[in-house]
Design a protein around this ligand. Sequence first.
Ligand code: AOF
Ligand code: ZN
Length: 374
Amino acid sequence: METEITKENYMRRALTLAAKGEGRTSPNPMVGCVIVKDGRIISEGYHERYGEYHAERNALMRCGEDPEGADLYVTLEPCCHQGKTPPCTDIILEKKIGRVFVGSPDSNPLVAGKGVEILRRGGIPVETGILEEECRKLNEVFYHYISTGLPFVAAKYAMSCDGKIACASGDSRWITGEAARRQVHMLRKRYSSILAGIGTVLADDPLLNCREEEGVDPVRIICDSRLRIPEDSQIVRTGKQIPTIIAASEGTLSSRGGRAKADRLTAAGIEVLTTEGETVDLSALMRHLADRNIDSVLIEGGSKINAAAFASKIVNKVYAYVGGIIIGGEKAPAPVGGEGAGDIAGAVRLGNMEVETIGEDICITGYPVYPEGK
Ligand code: AOF
Ligand code: ZN
């Protein structure tokens, strides 16, 4: 019983270390590692940045004493492939680690169980599944991206207790308090891109950056089928400092005015992407983003973008912030516009819902389950 608790404690420490890589490892997973000898932690490490050493190698290289016979706790199955860095299984075997404890399996086809197998074949006992659920959740983006080849998409919105995201006039400042708004910047640190609609740009002239300390700015993606974005908007003016993609419809670019505007936006440092059809095809856009190594998208949209995102079934997670305010008004917009479900059977359900209190507001998270055949 006692060893059970201890194992989980070490893995929890490894999880805390893993999370330090947040925002810097994508599209790689966040991974943490703890090395324990004679009941003491003798070294720790985590995957600090994409392309750099993995957690295990960092922990083993920093070890002040000989790790021979030690226990190694790692949140993800050690890799066994030569990638940007040498296989972690090599250094674990070379250092004669005594036992390995793994959080969750690596579903990268280059690893997928082979990491554990190689260690076992090399004579190291391996125990898997320590805090597996937490380890998987930490890397929900990685698991989705590696298995589907598409970015993990989250829709975030703030609404009143009566389900409005603004007054009929459009005013929405502020529905949630400061603490909840600060948390949004933490989300922006976690996701590699933010997507908004042109409506939001025209109404609020946002910067859509990450104002978290040491946060990396996510790529900004604006859905603007007709390229209406003002050239003096904050987004365009900062196009050379913060990576920005504007998604437009192919038709817009085939007009002379559209082509010229796209060229000016390109000169301002912005990438203009197109999809077929009159409006931006979000599914096609997601495929384009995946090609650019973008593993995750945080949609900070209004009713229209959210409706399109749910209709194209690209949303994998919802963050619904709810402020203690009643706005009312039939014309006041709700988070998801469009036609909506025809009946309850056709609605999108949320699975694994969780509720958290943030300051005076609450945040509901859940994972959409789309109705079959709709
Ligand atoms: C580990 N420990 O800390 C991480 C792992 O391009 P590379 O060489 O960095 O390899 C990336 C892959 O390695 C990634 O897709 C995932 O399968 C694994 N990441 N593995 O043993 C780590 N970050
Ligand atoms: Zn590795």
